[in-house]
Write a protein that binds this ligand. Structure first.
Ligand code: XMP
Ligand code: MG
Length: 176
């Protein structure tokens, strides 16, 4: 297995991730039965989780992509950028935002506000990881969380450090 020297420890193995995504898919399937939700992937980090999660959905769903960034290296800049070119019509739709990790929650709270302005039926957030100890937007909660973790900088399964390590099939603690 490829373990770069920058990875200090494996936090979640490929098998553990697969199992947890399966469980999240089962929960979302149950909650969204008969509602044809729109799953919105927050690029780039959420891409692996998103493609796994939608394939665990045992109902009809539609997919869209959006891009957001706020990090340089391992530091959150607090300056969240959303790049939205062609945005789907979400009026009256049930939207599930799929994210890799909620950290300060600046990104998700900004995106959620932006989406709620478009009169959807609902907006929920499914994040594979959550770092509650890092919150700046204190009242923000993701609706579906794979794992809550301590304040480690993590890479793999879509998560990067300056665009590196997104392809690792596991989630590892980055040596800082
Ligand atoms: P906020 O702070 O707005 O940021 O909740 C969420 C985004 O920050 C990135 N992020 C990380 N990326 N390892 C990463 O590779 C981490 O430990 C980490 N913590 C936050 C990520 O892009 C997320 O979407
Ligand atoms: Mg991200």
């Amino acid at each position: 297995m490829f373990i770069p020297q920058e990875v200090e420890k494996i936090l979640f193995t490929e098998q553990e991730i697969k199992q947890r995504v399966k469980e999240m898919g089962a929960q979302l399937t149950e909650d969204y039965k008969g509602r044809n939700p729109l799953f919105l992937c927050v690029l780039k980090g959420a891409a692996p989780f998103f493609t796994d999660l939608i394939r665990e959905m045992e109902i009809e769903v539609q997919i869209e992509f959006i891009r957001a960034s706020s990090y340089i290296g391992t530091e959150s800049t607090g300056d969240v950028r959303l790049s939205i070119t062609e945005f789907p019509d979400i009026k009256g739709r049930d939207v599930v935002v799929v994210e890799d990790i909620v950290d300060t929650a600046r990104t998700m709270s900004l995106l959620k506000k932006y989406l709620l302005d478009m009169s959807p039926a609902s907006v929920k957030v499914a994040s594979f990881l959550d770092k509650p100890s890092r919150r700046v937007v204190e009242d923000f909660r993701a609706d579906y969380v794979g794992y809550s973790i301590e304040d480690h900088f993590v890479v793999g399964y879509g998560l990067d450090c300056d665009q590196r390590f997104r392809n690792l099939p596991y989630i590892g603690i980055f040596k800082t």
